[in-house]
Design a protein around this ligand. Sequence first.
Ligand code: 6R9
Length: 637
Amino acid sequence: MNFQLKSFDEYQEAYNKSVEEPEAFWSEVADHFFWKRKWTNVLNWNFKDPDIKWFEGAKLNITENCLDRHIYKLGDQPAIIWEPNDPNEAHRILTYKQLLQKAEQFANVLKNNNIRKGDRVCIYLPMVPELVIAVLACARIGAIHNVVFGGFSARSIADRINDAECKLVITSDGGFRGQKILELKSIVDDALMQCDTVEKVIVLTRTRTPVSMIKGRDVWWEDEIKKVETQGNPACPAEEMDAEDTLFILYTSGSTGKPKGVVHTTAGYMVYTGYTFANTFQYKPGEVYFCTADIGWITGHSYIIYGPLSQGATSLMFEGIPTYPDAGRFWDIVDKYNVNILYTAPTAIRSLMAFGDDFLEGKNLSSLRVLGTVGEPINEEAWNWYHDKIGKGECPIVDTWWQTENGGHLITPIAGITPEIPGYAMLPLPGVQPCLMDENGEEIQGNDVSGNLCIKFPWPGMLRTTWGDHERCRQTYFSTYENMYFTGDGCYRSPEGYYRITGRVDDVLNVSGHRIGTAEVENAINMHSDVVESAIVGYPHPVKGQGIYAYVIANHHIDAEKTRQDILQTVTRIIGAIAKPDIIQFVTDLPKTRSGKIMRRILRKVAEGELENLGDTSTLQDPTVVEAIIEGAKEMK
Ligand code: 6R9
């Protein structure tokens, strides 16, 4: 980890070098990893196609960097500490040695089930160590993992499996989540009725929920492990991967259509997540690092698994939810394992803050040294509470801004090294060249300015394509501004040059730190037989950051309350409970321009309760529609 920046001067020096000599800069960083063969070319790129290649010619396997290379020194150090949903169940610790052994063993299970390099494997598991084992086993043999968050519906899983043409699914009988049990296998069964490519399903025992095992298709994880054990050879050599071989696909929502399969490749992603993990959090050997994200999201991929493990860290993973058995659970975990670094989402902070400070009483949080946030803008009140009550005023807070497409942190403070201001992501990490663009496609120079946030130059962790549809990748990220990666976020640059992310400028919502496309929710609602049309907008929500507000035109004969419940059920079925609208307002018409486009600007204002300042409504087909909507909205409150 000797690429850790230790002072502001070192940061500035590294930053300047990364801009002036990017290839030399990243080549030095990459020297800290283990390569079977080194690269012949550091970077080859254009943002027009786009075509981005890092460390071309290199051969490696990311699991050798995350596991094998640590064994000599850190073999007996915990790689993963696992805290179960139920605090009375025994926790588990996997040392680096054990994690390597288990990843190799399960890699052999995958091979026995006909999985080879390049095959896609869908993983739909709860937050148990076997999820990490399954991910690493895929990477071991060069299979491409496609982790689907446990909260998604059968339909969403099927879409992802079909898009990626997965051959195998790894799931469990069920998953514990607070007091609930999620019936994961049964959801997979529903999904697979719509999927032709899946040949096998491996089922882990977790909840002992009854499941139907289909002959010839479904096998138990435990039985497959036994088979491998009797075969005698527990080792599984790491497949030699090209730098640009695909490591994984992760689906994320955009402003249009179905979720996109963001593609990350091997070498650049490894170097970037390792470098940013070590720097942003200033991880020190032996420390316990706790990221509360789910591995179903990019944060879990990069900052529970790959980043920490490539740096030989101890990564704590938690199966449950922050409020079970009570709202002190995170603090119990910090106390129990002497957590040094805590990385969570503003929505979790706000929700725990609302339960009051009693839940902090008697919890020893003195081990904490660094705090982090991710996923959405953090409001000052939540920042202050986190800072004062959790960090006791002594821990730096890193507000890390980045996206699924980015692989790792782009703009963030470096803990204790670069400055911090509540609500600001602050300065770009070395290698990241942000800029603000105006509506005319011109870069906005100077400070104390706002614009659309773009990145001018490639960084190793960036997406390479969207699975099966390169044109969509180009269109979404590289066509809005010439020679720029467009983030979809708005941003303010302060007089000092510090960046503050102001939120999405497209039709993507951020609900509890989860990205949700308005079009996706509208499509789901419109599937309901009583719905004629709908429009979704976000509105400020005290805990979730943004709530989902649905305007729905329904058949006039409906029973409103019943239809409201049915719509919620439909969205849960089609996408998952995370996309359920918080407010559904039935309307007779939607405000449309003469060309038939819904004027979301107005709907947003109404949802935000800003009724005075609706702006110009003269271009509407029928301006009286707005009056009716406002009247209806008043009744909703
Ligand atoms: C890592 C992750 C990405 C979107 C992004 C932005 C928002 C993430 C943020 C933040 C303000 C932060 N976002 N981190 N906004 N401050 N520190 O969350 O990826 O799920 O793809 O979401 O989340 O709007 O564009 P992803």
